[in-house]
Ligand binder design. Sequence first.
Ligand code: MD3
Ligand code: FE
Length: 225
Amino acid sequence: MHSDHSLPSTLDLFAGEDRQPARTEQIGEQSYVLRGFALPWVARLLPALEPVLLQAPFRNMATPGGFTMSVALSSCGTLGWTTDRSGYRYTRLDPLSDQPWPEMPAVFRELAQAAAMAAGFSDFMPDACLINRYLPGAKMSLHQDKDERSYAAPIVSVSLGLPAIFLFGGLKRSDKSRRVPLFHGDIVVWGGVDRLRYHGVLPLNEGHHPQLGAQRINFTFRRAG
Ligand code: MD3
Ligand code: FE
């Protein structure tokens, strides 16, 4: 059994004059990595994920350019992100089933809201949770998240399973990007001036995670509509 990070420790004491605990890493003006924040939630997240994936299985979608994404996607919530030859968009129906996307489990929304709050964004009301599955070799090229109606809300991203190297760029594609390792249980919150920064994920390395096996699963919570 892994250690229980829900127990308070000296690492969780608030640092200096700031409201951020010591395990929070600020990576941009309004961007934060909350190390291990999701660990106490994993035992409730994984069972809630199962029926979502039965209803809306992972699939490798086509891009407008005619490639197939190496990351497999699903979604839950009112809106799900999809791509095909005609473009990127949010839809109310899963194109695979022509049925509404699975409902967002309450424990998903509660975690996203708690993480947003911890990073200083109150009243985050996500209506979309994109679920990304990375198998070894899968990657996400540098891009911006621009398909949402408004950029006012933050984005909350939960990393589970194998570690990955996240690329955190600037507002122009050519801006230098920094590499941020993300581990099982880490949450990243972006908002405000950092909302449109370019970002991506390097190809996933082989490995085995005790709970998730040879994969990384990422939940990305957004206010899309
Ligand atoms: C940084 N997913 O689904 S976390 C995506 O780990 C996506 O699966 C990655 O990028 C993953 O679009 C990275 C999500 C993320 C979302 C929005 C951002 C990172 C961001 C906005 C600005 C900067
Ligand atoms: Fe993205």
